[in-house]
Design a binder for this molecule. Structure first.
Ligand code: NAD
Length: 506
């Protein structure tokens, strides 16, 4: 009965919210209350085709604009985002559950990419070699690809789209964003902001949906590239399918990030950072720390310090503000909570000690919310699935190792290579670490080393399929295609004559 009152979150096509005629929908929860707050449209093939066709029209228009005019839109978007980001943070918290200050944090990191993109003329201006051969000039142009697809995960509903869209748009492309169906409203809000900033209709399109919409993008001959962020099995599927269809593709996958703690490290700093990086956003970050590798004899002392800090953490509704804001919100769905709990069950069955157990946490007044308390595990066997697989929840495991070498070998034995960190006061050890770990992003006494916008974001191994990382110079390379032009403007006094030989430079 009440379901009749629940709004359906639409697509954004042709510069306006667009209802879905297909009638396919999925529930969107408020994870703090467990209530279905809305449903989201799930596109069928016809809606997907309509979104892509609109984006193609948007591309024809947008790519014809001068660099100066395009830059004006980028600057306007940056100003609007900066002024109105509290609205976006509230939307993120309502659907994702993360606390408001953390939602603001993800927006700020996305805004950094917008700011980078405002400087795009410098990065897409190509190069010119005068008189490369006698009377011949050679120059390269960087042109947009056309319609580009972005498929994003639930855990950063604003930041991940902002890793790609500002750079793609600055370079003259039209973006079709397929957000996660679990928290789809941030994408719509961003679409409205692009319109307000002056972007022509179709140049930023939101296609709500599930696998059907994703496959529609992967199989469309009009979509030139795919930028994906999500779990590893889906990333691999996206990479293989898009590549088979001749598309440019970057597919960022899952993670299992380790923090290596050497005995000389400041253990109070380590404990603070392990708690921040393990439990922030309830562990639903691809750069969260999942395993603390403690080089003995520090493990017992470190576990005591982490346990002490966990006791002071508050868990609750992330929408509460000011002093009432908790440290941690809920997980995204009840299904995900069961999955996280399942990994703690596995760890226990495999012989680990559950030092702090968050499985039975109930938040007063929010009994139906998807909460899971911070959990600390000791003695986790490295053969356990709780060690080898991504948990993506507030579960931190301490694994005791005998040496730096043993720690590095463990890090390198995993299938992921997204992020890692070392905590030490020994510069030589840190330098060796950065050299030897097979991981894309490394922190030295920094627990969540997400690179700034002018460097690039991406892991190694099963954390990134494809050659291009997100944003930074990689982003501009990914969203442009180069042409090299070799030109001769004949001096009326000269004449090349006939020569069938392969052109040689003279
Ligand atoms: P997910 O893989 O379930 O979903 C990601 C996107 O793929 C969503 O838009 C979803 O609708 C779509 N999708 C899901 N199943 C699909 C299928 N069978 N076929 C086609 N498309 C499908 O990931 P998630 O649960 O939304 O996000 C969490 C995961 O993302 C974690 O594994 C996390 O590590 C990873 N992640 C990685 C990074 C990174 O930078 N490497 C960043 C953020 C999140």
């Amino acid at each position: 009965m009440a379901e009749l009152d629940i709004p359906t979150i639409p697509h954004w096509i042709d510069g306006a919210p667009t209802a879905s005629p297909s009638g396919r929908t999925a529930p969107v929860f408020n994870p703090a209350t467990g209530v279905v707050a809305a449903t989201v449209a799930l596109a069928d093939q016809a809606e997907t085709d309509a979104a892509i066709a609109s984006a193609r029209r948007g591309f024809e228009e947008w790519s014809s604009w001068s660099i100066a005019k395009r830059q004006g839109v980028l600057f306007a978007f940056r100003e609007l985002l900066n002024a109105r980001k509290p609205e976006l943070a509230a939307i993120i918290t309502a659907e994702h559950g993360k606390v408001l200050s953390d939602a603001m944090g993800e927006i700020l990191r996305g805004q950094e990419v917008v700011e980078l993109a405002t400087g795009f003329p410098h990065l897409i201006k190509g190069a010119y070699s005068e008189n490369a051969s006698s009377g011949i000039d050679v120059y390269s142009l960087k042109q947009p690809l056309g319609v580009v697809g972005v498929i994003s995960p639930f855990n950063f509903p604003a930041m991940v789209p902002l890793w790609f869209a500002p750079i793609a748009i600055a370079a003259g492309n039209a973006v079709v964003l397929k957000p996660s169906e679990k928290d789809p409203s941030a994408a719509l809000w961003l679409a409205g902001l692009w319109k307000e900033a002056g972007l022509p209709d179709g140049a930023f399109t939101v296609l709500q949906g599930d696998k059907l919409a994703v496959d529609g993008l992967l199989n469309s001959p009009t979509v030139e590239s795919i930028s994906f962020v999500g779990s590893t099995p889906i990333a691999q599927y996206i990479y293989e399918t898009a590549a088979r269809n001749g598309k440019r593709v970057q597919a960022l996958g899952g993670a299992k990030n380790h923090m290596l703690v050497l005995p000389d490290a400041d253990l109070d700093l380590v404990a603070d950072q392990a708690v921040n990086a393990g439990y922030g956003a309830a562990g639903e970050r691809c750069m969260a720390i999942s395993v603390v590798l403690a080089v003995e004899p520090v493990a017992d002392e470190l576990i005591a310090k982490i346990t002490d800090r966990i006791a002071r953490l508050t868990v609750g509704n992330g929408a509460q503000t000011g002093d009432a804001e908790p440290d941690m919100g809920p997980l995204i769905t009840d299904q995900h909570r069961q999955k996280v709990a399942g990994y703690v069950d596995i760890a226990e069955a495999d012989g680990a000690t559950i030092v702090v157990d968050g499985r039975s946490l109930v938040v007063e007044g929010h009994e139906d919310g998807f909460f899971f308390g911070p959990t600390l595990i000791d003695g986790l066997p490295t053969t356990s699935r709780a060690y080898t697989e991504e948990i993506f929840g507030p579960v931190l495991s301490v694994v005791r190792v005998g040496s730096f070498e043993e720690g590095v070998a463990l890090i390198n034995s995993g299938e992921f290579g997204n992020g890692t960190a070392i905590f030490t006061n020994d510069g030589g050890a840190a330098r060796r670490f950065q050299n030897e770990v097979q991981v894309g992003m490394i922190g030295i006494n920094v627990p969540i080393p997400v690179p700034v916008a002018y460097h690039s974001f991406g892991g190694w191994k099963k954390s990134l399929f494809g050659d291009a990382k997100a944003y930074g110079v990689h982003g501009f390379d990914f969203f442009t295609r180069e042409k090299a032009v070799t030109a001769r403007w004949l001096d009326p006094a000269t004449h090349g004559g006939i020569n069938l030989g392969f052109p040689q430079n003279t």
